[in-house]
Design a protein around this ligand. Structure first.
Ligand code: ATP
Ligand code: MG
Length: 531
């Protein structure tokens, strides 16, 4: 392509004045340079990038909230509170836009909406749905593993193989200046040797700065102020503090078995039928079978494994169906033919059969989970051995648990000499998974008390709570996720700290009904119940 072409293309393009000036300057350089000069190639690439940007393109928003709600409902089952939060957010944006106020965030006003929760609960797909609800273009910017500031802000042009940053590429891909940009997995960025991507992102999200965002490659101001940014994260703890500060968190904690059945029936199955080239006339899967898949063939907070299991069933059906035309009916009776034997069965009973093992409830990156805390004692140098990749806070909990039992054991009716002069070993499987936090405190006390008394812990119990040296039970986080996990694992009795009682409002009714929930403030009561 000759430099004359570039001149006419730049002149014909709809560019902001400053951008046109910069582009014409580069065209001038191109015209003066000899064709053999290596510079010409990167000037051309730069001009191509500038000409591909949707400088003055903006799509019209759908401002009808009822229509937006209808789109959100069509895409996702349940999630009422999340949808409501999204609608409130859109309503406020609409009003601010109508009054010409700054709309993306703005100090003290609604910040960037961040969807936080375990894998497969629909965070990314909700982002897409918000774009559909608004009638905007959608682009996903995956931040998982980004360590280099240049990923966000681009490389200087003089750098070999220079590329614009993710935001420039996102707008180019969207083809409009006001898309929904989903900053996916903001909890997985980290500062590397090449600058801090979080700092660059902060500038992107700051309404005071983002109308003149400078990408190192593009070198002209880019107006990001019309972009609707959303973010997703699995864990809130690893989102860099200043970024978290700019975000308004909406948490998705996972689904109950009933909710999963509804999602599978109304959303996942129709989509997988489509993918397998099958229709509902050719195959049906009963609700009972869907429930069994959720409960016995998968163990997750979200629905990703569930969707995969449906895909597997339908592949088998596609083979079966090849010959005749009778509808294949999958139900509880024949599910095994399609998925094999159940992979998950309640294991609490066998695990806690020996004294010294107690069932705890925890929150991991994958959502709520049950974990078994094992204690044993042996001859040897008196003291405490801890294994299972425990973090510092969790190690302290173990020492507190032991000290509490040593000092209060007699009052609790435990033989004060049972653990005296022995080496005690406390292990939290799975050994390779790092764990931390104080919320296993009461479970550790229970495991040790069970060891000291020789009485096994009642298998139907799961528990969570921090413990103090005096045996107070202090509140913890993640109650909803933990109770969902307890329910999933087939536990029927759970113990939570008294001060967490208000959190029970967030727990779905069918889970609350399936569990007897004890709210306690003294660990002596925990032992009285569970041992
Ligand atoms: P990750 O943290 O692993 O990225 P995610 O929360 O982003 O997970 P998605 O990819 O959005 O998960 O969701 C997984 C799948 O489950 C998608 O196909 C999504 O449409 C579907 N899904 C999740 N929740 C619902 C729901 N409430 N209704 C309908 N479909 C759902
Ligand atoms: Mg996702």
């Amino acid at each position: 392509e000759g430099s004359a072409d570039y001149r006419s293309r730049v002149e014909a393009a709809d560019l902001p004045e400053k951008v046109r000036e910069a582009a014409l300057r580069e065209v001038g350089k191109l015209e003066r340079a000899s064709d053999a000069s290596p510079e010409t190639s990167w000037i051309r690439t730069w001009l191509d990038t500038v000409l591909e940007m949707p400088w003055n393109v903006r799509t019209d928003d759908n401002t009808d909230l009822a229509a937006a709600r209808a789109v959100l409902d069509a895409d996702h089952a349940g999630l009422d509170d999340v949808k409501e939060r999204i609608l409130e957010y859109l309503a406020v944006r609409n009003r601010r836009a109508a009054r010409n106020l700054e709309v993306v965030g703005g100090r003290g006003s609604g910040a960037v909406l961040a969807l936080a929760g375990p894998p497969g609960v629909g965070k990314t797909s909700l982002g897409e749905s918000v774009a559909r609800a608004l009638g905007r273009k959608f682009v996903r910017v995956s931040l998982g593993g980004v360590r280099d500031e240049a990923e966000i802000r681009g490389h200087r042009r003089t750098y070999v193989g220079a590329l614009p940053g993710r935001l420039v590429r996102a707008l180019r891909e969207a083809g409009s200046m006001n898309p929904v940009v989903l900053l996916d997995e903001v909890d997985k960025i980290s500062a590397g040797y090449a600058g801090d991507p979080a700092a660059a992102l902060l500038e992107v999200l700051d309404p005071a700065q983002n109308h003149t965002f400078r990408d190192h490659y593009l070198e002209v101001d880019l107006d990001l102020s019309d972009v609707l940014f959303l973010a997703t994260a699995n864990v809130v703890e690893t989102i860099p503090g200043p970024l978290l500060d700019r975000m308004e968190l909406v948490t998705l904690d996972g689904y109950t078995e009933q909710e999963k059945v509804a999602i599978a029936r109304d959303h996942l199955l129709p989509r997988q039928l489509d993918r397998a080239g099958l229709t509902a006339d050719e195959v049906s899967i009963s609700d009972g079978a869907l429930g069994a898949i959720a409960a016995e063939h998968t163990r997750e907070a979200g629905v990703r494994q569930l969707e995969r299991a449906l895909a597997r069933i339908l592949r088998k059906v596609a083979v079966k169906q090849a010959g005749d035309s009778a509808q294949v009916q999958v139900d509880n009776g024949n599910l095994k033919e399609f998925l094999g034997r159940p992979r998950f069965t309640p294991e609490s009973a066998e695990r806690t059969a020996t004294p010294g093992v107690a069932t705890g409830l925890a929150v991991t990156g994958a959502g709520g989970d049950v974990l078994f805390i094992e204690a044993t004692s042996m001859d040897g140098e008196p003291g405490l051995t801890l294994t299972g990749q425990l973090g510092d806070v969790m190690k302290e909990s173990a020492h507190i648990a032991l000290s509490y039992l040593r000092s209060h054991g007699r009052k609790l009716g435990l033989d004060p000499n049972a653990l005296a002069g022995r080496r005690i070993h406390l292990h939290v499987p799975a050994g390779a998974v790092p764990k931390d936090g104080p919320s296993a405190g009461i479970t550790m006390v229970t495991a040790l008390a069970s060891l000291a008394s020789g009485r096994p812990v009642r298998p139907e119990f799961g528990m969570t709570g921090e413990v103090t040296l005096n045996g107070r039970v202090l509140p913890i986080g993640g109650v909803k996720q933990k109770l969902l996990a307890a329910h999933r694992a087939g536990l029927t009795e759970v113990i939570i700290p008294a001060r967490n009682e208000p959190d029970l409002d967030d727990v779905p009714a069918d889970v609350r009904e399936g569990l007897t929930i004890h709210v306690l403030s003294d660990v002596a009561d925990v032992l009285a119940l569970a041992l």
